[in-house]
Design a protein around this ligand. Structure first.
Ligand SMILES: [Zn+2]
Length: 382
C-alpha cells in the first residue's frame, strides 16, 4: 500500500522489483482486476499480495515493465516475453544467492494485461550434493548411484520442488569424482550452465524434441545422460532402453510419490520387466519453508511457531529446506512390481520394509524447530 501515492511510475516499478529481489522472491505477479492492479510476490514458493495499486495507473505500470523488458508497448493484444536488464538490487540475505536473470511475460486478459517477472538466482551453496540437505542415508545412496555405469534415477515431485537443483548437483558430483566421463544434458529450457557438461536446449514445439534429440544423442557415445523431464511414452521408452544398455541416466517425472512414478511408466506401456530392470532408484522430494529465524518462538508445549515480522514479509517463514524419500529397487521390489502393480500393494510392501516416507523425514525438521507440522503436511499433500 505504501507505494499507492507515488506518481512516478518508473520509480514505483523499480521499487517493486528491488523489494522483491531483496526478499529473494522467485516471481512478481501484476494481476489486473476490474478495479485495481494486484502485486504479488512468490516467497519461498507461496504467493503473497504485497500491494494493491489503483486502476488509474494499471496500464502505466504494465507499460513501464514492457519498456524494461524491451517489448512492443503498443501491442496489448498478444502475449509477449522478454528479459529485464539493469535493475540493480540483490537479496538482503545470502540464502537466496545472487540474481542472474529476470524474465518478463505479459498476457492480455479481459481487465488489461497481466505481467509476471520471474527472477533467477544463482546460489553457490546449492551446487554441491552434500550441501542440499538430504538426510545421510539418501545422500550416500545418491553417491552410490553416481558410481554406477548403467541404470536410471528418476526424480519426482511437483514443479518447484528443487528437482533440477538436485540433478545439477548430481552431475557436478559425477564430474568431480569421475573426470573424463562423457556427460550430456537435454533440457527444456537450459536453466544454468554447467562447465564440463554438454547441454542441449530442447524445443518442445520445434523439431528438437526430447525423443528426437535423445535418439540421435545415443549415437554420440555418452556415458551419463540427464533428461530434463520424461513427459511422454516415446521419451520414456528410449530412456529406459538407454538405461539398460550401458548408460547412466537421470531424469524427472511428475508424480506425487515413488510408487506413482513407477506406475506411470507402466501406464505409458513400458514393459514391466523393462521398468524393473531399467530403474535403479526413485527420489521423491519437496521443499518446505523454514520458520523465520527472526520471529520464531518456542511455545509452552515445546513446539516452535512464528507470528511474522518485517524480515519475512509477515509470512512467518523464510528460506526453504529439502524433504526427501528414496526407493531403491531390489529383487523383492522388482518381483512385486512384476507380479502385481497397483499403488496400494506397492505402498504396503514399502511400508512393511520400513521405508522412510516424506512425512517421516519431515519429523526430524519439526523436532529440530526448523519448520512446522502444518508446513510438512501442506507440501506432502501435493
Ligand atoms: Zn519473521
Amino acid at each position: 500500500m505504501k507505494n499507492q501515492a507515488k506518481s512516478n511510475i518508473p520509480e514505483l516499478v523499480d521499487d517493486i522489483l528491488k523489494e522483491a529481489i531483496g526478499f529473494g522472491a522467485s516471481d512478481i505477479h501484476f494481476e489486473p482486476t476490474s478495479t485495481e492492479l494486484q502485486v504479488k510476490y512468490r516467497l519461498d514458493g507461496t504467493l503473497k499480495t504485497v500491494e494493491v495499486l489503483p486502476a488509474a495507473i494499471r496500464d502505466n505500470v504494465i507499460s513501464r515493465l514492457k519498456v524494461l523488458g524491451n517489448l512492443l508497448t503498443y501491442r496489448n493484444d498478444i502475449p509477449q516475453e522478454g528479459r529485464i536488464e539493469g535493475i540493480p538490487g540483490q537479496p538482503v540475505d545470502s540464502e537466496s544467492g545472487h540474481v542472474i536473470d529476470k524474465r518478463l511475460a505479459v498476457f492480455p486478459t479481459i481487465h488489461g494485461q497481466r505481467a509476471v517477472v520471474r527472477i533467477f538466482y544463482e546460489n553457490e551453496s546449492l551446487t554441491e550434493l552434500n550441501k542440499l540437505g538430504f538426510n545421510p542415508t539418501i545422500e550416500s545412496a545418491l553417491k552410490e548411484f553416481a558410481r554406477k555405469n548403467q541404470g536410471i534415477l528418476l526424480l519426482t515431485g511437483p514443479a518447484g520442488s528443487g528437482k533440477s537443483t538436485t540433478l545439477a548437483a548430481l552431475l557436478r558430483y559425477i564430474l568431480e569424482q569421475f573426470p573424463g566421463k562423457s556427460i550430456v544434458a537435454l533440457e527444456d529450457p537450459v536453466e544454468r550452465a554447467i562447465a564440463g557438461v554438454t547441454q542441449v536446449q530442447i524445443e518442445s514445439r520445434g523439431e528438437m524434441t526430447f525423443p528426437v534429440a535423445l535418439r540421435s544423442l545415443l549415437r554420440q557415445d555418452p556415458e551419463v545422460l540427464m533428461i530434463g523431464e520424461i513427459r511422454d511414452a516415446e521419451t520414456a521408452k528410449i530412456a529406459i532402453e538407454a538405461g539398460l544398455t550401458g548408460h547412466l541416466l537421470m531424469s524427472t517425472m511428475h508424480s506425487g510419490n515413488c510408487s506413482g512414478a513407477l506406475l506411470r511408466l507402466l501406464e505409458m506401456n513400458i514393459e514391466p520387466y523393462q521398468v524393473t530392470s531399467g530403474i535403479s532408484a526413485i527420489l521423491n522430494q519437496r521443499l518446505v519453508r523454514k520458520l523465520c529465524e527472526h520471529c520464531k518462538k518456542k511455545t509452552a508445549d515445546g513446539h516452535y511457531e512464528s507470528q511474522g515480522c518485517a524480515k519475512c514479509h509477515n509470512t512467518g517463514y523464510h528460506g526453504r529446506v529439502l524433504l526427501a524419500e528414496m526407493v531403491e529397487l531390489d529383487g523383492q521390489l522388482r518381483k512385486t512390481i512384476l507380479q502385481q502393480s497397483d499403488m496400494e500393494h506397492l505402498e504396503a510392501v514399502l511400508e512393511s520394509r520400513g521405508h522412510m516416507k516424506l512425512i517421516q523425514d519431515g519429523r526430524r525438521l519439526v523436532s529440530a524447530g526448523i519448520t512446522t507440522t502444518d508446513e510438512i503436511e501442506r507440501v506432502c499433500k501435493t
